[in-house]
Design a protein around this ligand. Structure first.
Ligand code: PEP
Ligand code: MG
Length: 883
């Protein structure tokens, strides 16, 4: 098999279609080279090699040596330089490039090919000794860190001391001799830490770097990133070896990153940053704060240093043409890396740009309106999960705020939380339930778990394309970066800004849309759902087949759900209503009653309350179906605990406290999730369901009379396993309906159906459908009972299960399509056989998960039901599933 693919100099062994084989970076380099853009020549070692490397105990096959030698020869042929040539050496970069972009998670080595001899050649050939020695020391430092895994602190310290000795404050003040002196020190550090001299053989350097890049695929931070982004470990990374071009060869050289549209807002304006006389890493790592690409952006920010448009107008003009060409070619917003070497433009990377949800919407809608993509493509382009970012509150513009600093608006959204200064503390406090803001001088890939745990991120350094900004946008975390006035003392756990001091545990608010940092927490307002959001949702609704309902049980939930476009309630869990302060005592009285008479007395108190609950919901959902589930949880969940709670029940029921306590003890269950719950409550205490059914029909008739628009109640029986159970429960409901209709002299249409939450119910769905008029798959319980995994205890071990590939995702989040999914298919098929066209829906948490929704579409369900904030996500996911 072949593992090496060349690009550049009129050759392209691959193209953008080869992403799986060449990784994103390699495929796009080949594509750019093939459409005639200036790409430094190089080659890609495929992802298949990565897989083989791991299969064979981290060794390379012999054949790869020949292929790589040919690849190097390809670069030498085009550049006219020789690898390891002491007179005019070829230098290369070695970079990772997986199928899915994993910014900053894997390793890179630049300036490879320098040694004690070639550095002299580079100095002569370039006529710039300072540049040559600076490059060599950068190489030693990077190689020692990435390949030799030495402690990088020692190198940084040596540089700091050298600067102090000379009285310099900036790296740019160091001369050629200074850098040369530092190279000697760096080599001594390597010798000391590694017990061997820094490798002088350029081929040894190359293989070391290739091995390190493949090795970084299994680094801890890469694994964490993959888990957070659902990237399979089996994909592997490619390695790109490419001729170096230098942005640090004086003032006609530069390096930068750019987006063809604004990645925060989606606006159609080139957007980016560059640094004169710098290498790419300087921009991304946030070590120097970069300058604006365009004049417009610079003016808008009121910044002084000249934009690239002003300082390098000619190259900027070429770059702008490349932006347009790439966007039209790829038909998507691009994220681009480039370098200018002594006035000549080189393209180093292009890829679909990561963007905020707001930008994703705007770019998709704009591009469809520009005719660059179709409406269907626009619908397909937006990640439904990302909509979550848009549906949450933003800072109330009218709320008072105490602004203590301002930085770059790096990732939009607002967040308040307790200040923490390191990722581990962020994770720990978040686990304890605290909202935290992670405050760092700059973030690095090691901070990723803390960034994920935090509600927001604040950094003192780094631009809009710094690690913190890119990762925060990808995660949907608000981020303010580059707050230059922030003096952070992470050891002392405090920062100072404008004469104020903020300590760990103090509350601050950040606004990632404006860059403001505020003391304390600031009030928020609901988001605006019109504009691009409304347009895209309308297009989505035009293509989707699945209906989308909401899981909602309060009037507020129902209102939110309707405003998000819910087409009914798919699950109203009535037990939550029983906990309200005004009725919990009556509920307890009912549960603890010794006999039916006692229960009926308590239920009579609950009837008007329940009727009121349903009336409110029916009013909001007028004309739409509302699925109401009768009481489900084990009774013991409602039991009193505190003395005064027992006293209260005793007072209202006239039963002694001791008797009540004995009753409560009797109700104890060893395994309540499989205990006295669901329809088993209705079977043993039919009067409970009778009261609930009566409340439903009385409320429905009240609202019908009031609005003229009768609601469509769908009464749902939980945890059914057998036909007979459902038959008994349906009889209770039908009897209550008949009684209420007779009393009122009017009737309305309603359905009685069941949840499918137990494997037996799925298997016997044919019989159950003879009685039940609809099925709603309760996939929370169905997952729990099919897998035999407790939904309340799974958190402790499921991450290990996912890491080991036993389940590809948490089966309580994303449906286990193979197992639980098969039961759903069986139930749907058998149910349809006995009741043609039986209404089928899903109301477990999976109803809001895009992958699970795709399964529901394939299985031909009628609707999915999701929590109110997930309704828009479900609408979009349902549309994508139908495309
Ligand atoms: C379910 O089991 O999937 C369901 C929706 O019911 P609950 O989560 O209330 O048990
Ligand atoms: Mg359930």
């Amino acid at each position: 098999p072949r593992y090496v693919y060349r690009f550049g100099g009129g050759v392209s062994d691959g193209g953008s279609g080869d992403r799986n084989l060449l990784g994103g970076k390699g495929a796009n380099l080949a594509e750019m080279a093939s459409i005639g853009l200036p790409v430094p020549p190089g080659f890609t070692i495929s992802t298949e090699m990565c897989t083989r490397y791991y299969e064979e105990g981290q060794r390379f096959p012999e054949s790869l040596r020949t292929e790589v030698a040919n690849g190097i020869a390809h670069i030498e042929g085009i550049t006219g330089k020789k690898f390891g040539d002491a007179a005019d050496p070829l230098l290369v970069s070695v970079r990772s490039g997986a199928r899915a972009s994993m910014p900053g998670m894997m390793d890179t080595v630049l300036n490879l090919g320098l040694n004690d001899a070639t550095v002299v050649g580079l100095a002569q050939a370039s006529g710039d000794a300072r540049f040559a020695w600076d490059s060599y020391r950068r190489f030693i430092q990077m190689y020692s860190d990435v390949v030799l895994e030495l402690d990088h602190g020692a190198f940084e310290e040596a540089l700091e001391i050298a600067k102090e000795d000379k009285g310099y404050s900036l790296d740019t003040e160091l001369s050629a001799e200074d850098w040369q002196g530092l190279v000697d020190q760096y080599k001594a550090i390597v010798q000391e830490q590694w017990n061997k001299p820094f490798p002088q053989d350029v081929h040894e350097q190359l293989w070391g770097a290739v091995g390190a890049v493949f090795g970084s695929w299994q680094s801890e931070r890469a694994k964490v990133y993959r888990r957070l982004h659902d990237i399979p470990g089996a994909w592997g990374t490619a390695v790109n070896v490419q001729a170096m071009v230098f942005g640090n060869m004086g003032d006609t050289s530069a390096t930068g990153v750019a987006f063809t549209r604004d990645p925060s807002t989606g606006e159609r304006a080139y957007y980016g940053e560059y640094l004169i006389n710098a290498q790419g890493e300087d921009v991304v790592a946030g070590i120097r704060t970069p300058q604006y690409l365009t004049l417009a952006a610079r003016e808008k920010a009121g910044a002084k240093p000249l934009s690239m448009e002003e300082s390098m107008p000619e190259v900027y003009g070429q770059l702008a043409k490349v932006f347009d060409l790439l966007e039209t070619h790829y038909r998507d917003m691009q994220d681009i890396e480039f370098t200018v070497q002594q006035g000549k433009l080189w393209m180093l990377q292009t890829r679909a740009g990561k963007r905020t949800a707001k930008a994703a919407l705007k770019v998709a809608v704009d591009m469809a309106e520009e005719g660059l993509i179709t409406r269907e493509e626009a619908v397909a382009r937006v990640d439904p999960a990302a909509l979550d970012q848009l549906l949450h509150p933003t800072l109330d513009p009218k709320a008072p705020r105490d602004v203590i600093a301002k930085g770059l608006p790096a990732s939009p959204g607002a967040a308040s939380g307790l200040v923490v200064f390191d990722a581990d503390t962020a994770e720990k406090r978040a686990e304890m339930g605290d909202a935290v803001i992670l405050v760092r001088t700059e973030t690095s890939p090691e901070d990723i778990h803390g960034m994920h745990a935090a509600k927001g991120i604040l950094t003192a350094r780094g631009g809009m394309t710094s690690h913190a900004a890119v990762v925060a946008r990808g995660m949907g975390r608000p981020c303010v970066s580059g707050v230059g006035t922030l003096a952070i003392d992470a050891k002392a756990k405090r920062f100072k800004v404008g004469g104020r001091e903020v300590k760990e545990g103090d509350t601050i608010t950040i606004d990632g849309s404006t860059g403001e940092v505020m003391l304390g927490s600031v009030a928020t307002v609901q988001p605006e759902l019109a504009g691009d959001f409304g347009v895209l949702m309308e297009w989505a609704d035009g293509v989707r087949r699945l209906k989308v309902r909401a899981n909602a049980e309060t009037p507020l939930d129902c209102e939110t759900a309707r405003s998000f476009g819910a087409e009914g309630v798919g699950l109203c869990r009535t037990e939550h209503m029983f906990f309200d302060a005004d009725r919990i005592t009556a509920v307890r009285q009912m549960i603890l009653a010794e006999d039916e008479k006692g229960r009926r007395a308590a239920l009579a108190k609950l009837l008007p309350e329940q009727r009121g609950d349903f009336t409110a919901i029916f009013r909001i959902m007028a004309g739409l179906p509302v699925t109401i589930r009768l009481l489900d949880p084990p009774l013991h969940e409602f039991l009193p605990h505190a003395e005064e709670e027992f006293a209260e029940v005793a007072a209202s029921s006239g039963v002694g406290v001791e008797t009540l306590k004995r009753r409560a003890a009797e109700l104890h269950e060893f395994n309540p999730m499989l205990g006295h719950r669901g329809c088993r409550l209705g079977v043993t205490y039919p009067e409970i369901y009778e009261m609930q059914a009566r409340a439903i029909f009385e409320a429905a008739l009240d609202v019908a009379a009031e609005t003229g628009e009768p609601p469509i109640p769908e009464v749902m029986i939980p945890l059914v396993a057998t036909r007979r159970e459902l038959e008994l429960m349906k009889a209770i409901v039908d009897k209550a309906a008949a009684a209420v209709f007779a009393e009122r002299g009017r009737d309305i249409a309603y359905l009685v159906g069941t949840m499918i939450e137990l494997p037996r119910a799925a298997l016997k769905a044919g019989e159950i459908a003879e009685v039940g008029e609809f099925f709603s798959f309760g996939t929370n319980d169905l997952t729990q009972t099919t897998l035999g995994v407790s939904r309340d205890d799974a958190g402790r071990f499921l991450t290990t299960y996912v890491d080991q590939g036993i389940y590809s995702k948490d089966p309580f989040v994303s449906l286990d399509v193979e197992g639980v999914g098969e039961l759903i298919e069986i139930a749907a098929e058998r149910g349809r056989k006995t009741r043609a066209g039986i209404k089928l829906g899903i109301c477990g948490e999976h109803g809001g998960d895009p992958a699970s929704i795709a399964f529901c579409e394939r299985t031909g369900l009628d609707y999915v039901s999701a929590s109110p904030y997930r309704v828009p996500i479900a609408r979009l996911a349902a549309a994508q599933a139908a495309l």
